[in-house]
Design a protein around this ligand. Structure first.
Ligand code: COA
Length: 335
């Protein structure tokens, strides 16, 4: 999509998030894995992550419910005004009902349609871009987009190559039609290339495992990743989608107040920041505290920035993500 349709603007009316209280630090991981705090910090920038207490029933749904409730409260919008609730996740607990139905019920969004969306770590931006398009079209007025992932539930903690990266979190944004047509998503892009899907996947059955990965010791039902390949893809793709968004929107990099990247690895984020020549305070980072929380990552960053008063009306914010599939997305907003 190159130009947003004229006539109707969109604003981010409110944001919310939820992170579990339990932390899992690199030092905790040192006790169960052949790894070190130094190795993890050097390669990823992560110091600690949040993990749900599964014994209490906490997980993707409870995180989604709480982040949506926070976003509704922040927006001041009556939940009955929500037309649609979209929840992006790669760790759905139940396929029926969806996490979005449960979250909609939790906040009393009795007039909303609801569905879940699967695009791995790009999922929240897929949802946000879809919400923008539906609102601009005029069919919907107010939409809640949630990203929620309890990654700790799909990790094999005997395997050091994958488990050190991820944590649990959820974030949500409520977007609504606005009279000012200059506000909202100025440019969006989404893509997928499944030729390399084996780089990052979550097998449910033996048959899901490619021949070349049959000897991998990671437990069935747990996330598998070829970190090196994903790293190369991510560095290249971030650069491409950022350049594409700037070029096609006509917005200059100097006019981007915040670049919000999926929190996958500090080195990947830093590579994008350095190539663009951006100062550190224009590229948000919380991976040191949270780890990679998949679909929860970007909306959590957005909520933390918003609550800190750093999402200011009239400024441009560029979101970029990549993830399993392999998928990617960008979304450039004048907020
Ligand atoms: N602690 C200590 N050593 C580790 C380790 C750990 N947690 N994980 C792997 N190693 C070892 C490997 O066994 C390997 O040892 P060897 O050289 O003796 O074989 C060595 O460290 C290098 O492994 P490699 O996988 O090449 O490391 P890396 O520099 O690529 O870092 C990742 C690994 C996972 C941190 C990095 O590839 C990465 O972040 N990739 C992107 C992943 C990502 O973003 N995924 C999410 C997508 S949304």
């Amino acid at each position: 999509m190159t130009q947003p349709p004229a006539g109707r603007g969109i604003r981010i009316a409110g944001t919310g998030s939820s992170t579990p209280d339990n932390t899992l630090s690199n030092f905790d991981l040192e006790k169960i894995l052949d790894t070190s705090d130094e190795w993890i910090q050097q390669r990823t920038g992560i110091k600690t992550r949040r993990v749900v207490d599964q014994s209490t029933g906490a997980g993707t749904i409870s995180l989604a419910c709480e982040s949506l409730a926070n976003a509704v409260e922040d927006s001041g919008i009556d939940p009955k005004e929500l037309d649609l609730v979209i929840c992006a996740s790669v760790t759905q607990e139940m396929t029926c009902p969806s996490a979005s139905c449960r979250a909609a019920h939790h906040v009393g969004a009795t007039n909303a349609a609801a569905f879940d969306l699967g695009a791995a770590c790009s999922g929240f931006l897929y949802g946000l871009n879809l919400a923008d398009t539906l609102i601009r079209q005029g069919r919907y007025k107010t939409i809640a987009v949630i990203g929620s992932d309890a990654m700790s539930t799909v990790l094999d903690y005997t395997e050091r190559g994958v488990s050190i990266l991820f944590g649990d979190a959820s974030g949500a944004a409520i977007v609504t039609a606005d009279d000012d047509p200059s506000r909202g998503c100025l440019y969006q892009s989404m893509g997928a290339d499944a030729s390399n899907w084996q780089c990052l996947y979550l097998p449910k059955r033996e048959v899901d495992i490619p021949e070349a990965d049959r000897d991998n010791p990671i437990e069935m039902g747990k996330l598998r990743m070829n970190g090196r390949e994903v790293f190369k893809f991510a560095v290249k793709k971030f650069q491409e989608v950022i350049e594409d968004a700037l070029e096609n929107s006509g917005v200059d990099i100097d006019d981007i107040s915040q670049l919000i990247c999926h929190q996958s690895n500090l080195r990947i984020i830093e590579s994008a920041r350095e190539k663009l020549g951006l100062e550190k305070d224009r590229v948000y980072v919380n991976i040191d505290r949270i780890g990679n929380s998949s679909a929860g990552s970007i909306p959590l960053c957005l909520d933390e920035l918003n609550k800190a008063g750093r999402i200011r009306e009239g400024e441009n914010v560029l979101f970029v993500a990549f993830g399993g599939g392999l998928t990617w997305a960008s979304s450039l907003w004048r907020v």
